[in-house]
Design a protein around this ligand. Structure first.
Ligand code: ADP
Ligand code: MG
Length: 237
């Protein structure tokens, strides 16, 4: 058995798709710049989590992914570090809109994601704005006007801002749907579809979900192109 196969067996990783690259078993396998590795090391992390190990090499190939893994498995850095890598090689003008868009179901989650951006994105010098409901729009719009490489948003608030024509999606080249199953449970599907319709089709899309019911499978089939599916452990439908 190859080291990749042995790793997948031990950590219950299933990866389905064309020519799936082997997992980055150790941080040294990632090829991330030393500053990022230092930030990870300072956080006290010793090895990639299985979802990180298997999705990083795929994400770095600019491919679409649907990842099914339980909460607490390290999904946030699973997509944020590839986002930082993209931003490091492609410096778009943040005043003309974000390069990376992350959709998340709740204000709490969006705020947590922004905190991870601040903690691990320092050396990559990325700017990030958070847009969520239940707080005045004016401040968020002011922050957005100052420019953001990464926008982390709940679908409802982002769709409002889109309808006000206060955000431009022409530069978005990485779209992340975090906790897709929860966003659908909360009834955000129409807003998600309106938002995605405004994003250039030549993008990379990463979708994360804890469960894999048919509504999630349907939206994945509609929004992702030839994705690699990565599961950790058993899949709850
Ligand atoms: P999920 O989105 O899958 O629920 P998170 O991304 O929120 O998981 O990560 C859960 C916790 O694990 C966070 O506190 C995060 O900082 C931590 N974490 C992330 N990656 C690693 C790692 N490689 N090693 C140890 N802890 C990690
Ligand atoms: Mg998460």
């Amino acid at each position: 058995m190859s080291p990749a196969e042995a790793y997948r067996k031990e950590h219950e990783v299933t990866a389905t798709g064309d020519n799936v690259p082997g997992p980055f078993i150790r941080f040294e396998d990632t090829g991330f710049p030393p500053e990022i590795l230092r930030e990870i090391h300072s956080a006290g992390f010793s090895t990639p989590t299985p979802i990180q190990a298997q999705t990083w090499p795929i994400a770095l190939q600019s491919r679409d992914i649907v990842a099914i893994a339980k909460t607490g498995s390290g999904k946030t850095l699973g997509y944020l570090i590839p986002a930082f890598m993209l931003l490091r090689q492609r410096r778009n003008n943040p005043l003309k809109g974000p390069t990376v868009l992350v959709l998340a179901p709740t204000r709490e989650l969006a705020t947590q994601i922004q905190e991870e951006v601040i903690k691990f994105g320092r050396s990559s010098r990325v700017s990030c704005t958070c847009l969520y409901g239940g707080a005045p729009k004016a401040n968020q719009l002011k922050e957005l006007d100052r420019g953001a490489d990464i926008v982390v948003a709940t679908p409802g608030r982002l769709n409002d801002i889109l309808e006000m024509k206060k955000i431009e999606f022409g530069q978005v080249s990485l779209l992340v749907l975090d906790e897709a199953d929860r966003m659908l449970d909360m009834g955000f599907e129409p807003q998600i579809r309106k938002i995605v319709n405004e994003i250039p089709p030549r993008r990379q899309t990463l979708m994360y979900t804890a469960t894999w019911p048919k509504e999630v499978r349907k939206i994945a089939a509609d929004l992702l192109v030839n994705p690699v599916q990565v599961n950790i452990g058993s899949v709850d439908e």
